[in-house]
Design a protein around this ligand. Structure first.
Ligand code: GDP
Ligand code: IMO
Ligand code: MG
Length: 428
């Protein structure tokens, strides 16, 4: 029996691994779903009986009636986006899964989005990060610079007035002096922010206290990561990263739970590699294979609609990610997308300047590395209605076994389609 019933689920690659689908597919056994970092830059897709929902801030368990969903202190919360997401869901007759929002979550303000856009433009073509433009970086900057606004600040008119005045004074200085833009009038932000406070107030409570209570009661808790480990602010391909701790460690700072509460870490990975935005991607294929994966896999961003860069599986990066996150079990998604590739390539090492690297480079960067490939057999059969591992074609089984061996972690869940039901569970 597991000591603790707290699972952390993380993206093991560069995001969009299918975390939303996996959270939802596991959801029947979960009592509480929690988002702990990132913000509306996330786009987590859930498909149930043909109905598709993309969550940006709400946890992906929201389609389960009556279950508890939480937004932890580590999230940067865009109230406009959250309220829209809630409205969309409720207007479609969705039962109100109970939502709890941490008062300590930082608020993405309109000026964060403006600054995100201006900073990207100032970086120029060669240095752009390719952010989602949703104010994530600038909001986390303010959090760490100790000048951010938190959800709790929205609830108190005086506190909001004071914090916003101070923030705007600085931001307007930046906007006008550095970027030559117009200043943002106080009332233009204050009035909507008061409205957000009123709308969010009923949901604000101590996420940390509630989680500890639930832990004592033996409830199953699932902490849902956003983005992917290779976008982690400390351990990813810096500076081409997002601004939060996307690895499993972020689940503790982002909820207030202590590490000893942890049960298992579930790593979600695609059967191939994708990335959206700039930055190194050693196995990127800009030819036929990349196009095949993008088209068959529908690899277009769930948040921005941008085409995702696609390529073969990258074992050195995944081994790095497995260790970084302490992954206990893998959910392997999109195996069905690989049907029709008569040969599958897999990157088992890198080369840089004529030197072979079998591990992730010590300098933490994937710049200038090229992939060393091995080939595995492909398959032609459609996997979308396979219900068991044994019903997969031999070459697909071989691919899964090969991945387990390379990474030293069992593949406990296999995705063969986007629907909740298109999931092979091998004892997760
Ligand atoms: P997330 O950000 O990790 O939640 O992933 P996204 O939702 O951004 O992108 C994953 C995409 O793949 C979505 O369109 C899902 O519906 C889809 N998807 C997830 N798992 C599978 C799978 O096993 N097979 C197929 N064909 N699609 C999947
Ligand atoms: P989910 O949770 C994939 C990428 C952006 C950009 C970089 C920084 O759906 O997997 P940001 O707006 O965060 O400052 O952008 O990070 N990025 C993601 N890529 N999936 C995501 O989320 C992402 N969230 C951010 O494309 O390269
Ligand atoms: Mg996504």
């Amino acid at each position: 029996m597991r000591k603790n019933k707290v699972d952390v689920l993380i993206g093991a690659q560069w995001g969009d691994e299918g975390k939303g689908k996996v959270v939802d597919a596991m959801g029947a056994d979960v009592d509480i779903f929690v988002r702990y970092q990132g913000g509306a830059n996330a786009g987590h897709t859930v498909i149930v009986e043909g109905r598709k929902v993309v969550f940006h801030l709400l946890p992906s368990g929201m389609l389960y009636p009556g279950k508890l969903c939480m937004i932890g202190n580590g999230v940067v919360l865009d109230p406009e986006q959250l309220l829209k997401e809630m409205d969309d869901l409720y207007s479609k007759g969705q039962d109100r899964a109970r939502l709890v929002i941490s008062p300590h979550a930082h608020v993405v303000m309109p000026y964060h989005k403006t600054l995100d856009r201006l900073e990207e433009a100032a970086r120029g073509k060669g240095n752009r990060i390719g952010t989602t433009g949703l104010g994530i970086g600038p909001c986390y900057v303010d959090k760490f610079a100790r000048c951010g606004l938190r959800v709790t600040d929205l609830l108190d008119a005086d506190c909001l007035r004071e914090s916003l005045m101070a923030a705007l004074e600085e931001k307007n200085h930046l906007l006008t002096r550095l970027y030559g833009e117009k200043p943002i009038p106080f009332d233009e932000v204050y009035e909507p922010a008061r409205e957000w406070g009123r709308a969010l107030e009923p949901y604000v409570d101590s996420v940390t206290d509630l989680l500890y209570k639930a832990l004592e009661e033996g409830k199953n808790i699932l902490l849902e990561g956003a983005q992917g480990a290779m976008l982690d602010v400390d351990h990813g391909t810096y500076p081409y990263i997002t601004s939060s701790s996307t690895s499993s460690a972020g689940a503790f700072t982002g909820t207030g739970m202590a590490p000893h509460a942890l049960g298992r870490v579930l790593g979600v990975m695609k059967a191939y590699t994708t990335r959206v935005g700039e930055g190194p991607l050693p196995t990127e294929d800009q030819g036929e294979t990349g196009e095949f994966l993008r088209e068959r896999g529908g690899e277009f961003g769930a948040t921005t609609g941008r085409p995702r860069r696609c390529g073969w599986l990258d074992i050195p990066a995944l081994n790095y990610s497995m260790r970084l996150n302490g992954v206990d079990a893998i959910a392997l998604t999109k195996l069905d997308v690989m049907t029709g590739l008569n040969k599958i390539q897999v990157c088992t090492a890198y080369e840089r300047g004529g030197v072979r690297l079998s591990r992730y480079p010590a300098d933490g960067s994937l710049r200038d590395v090229s992939p060393v490939y091995e080939a595995l057999p492909g398959w032609e059969e459609d996997l979308s209605s396979c219900k068991t591992f044994e019903s997969l074609p031999e070459a697909a089984q071989h691919y899964v076994n090969w991945i387990e061996k390379q990474l030293g972690v069992p593949v406990k869940l296999i995705g063969v389609g986007g629907e909740r039901s298109q999931t092979i569970n091998r004892g997760l």
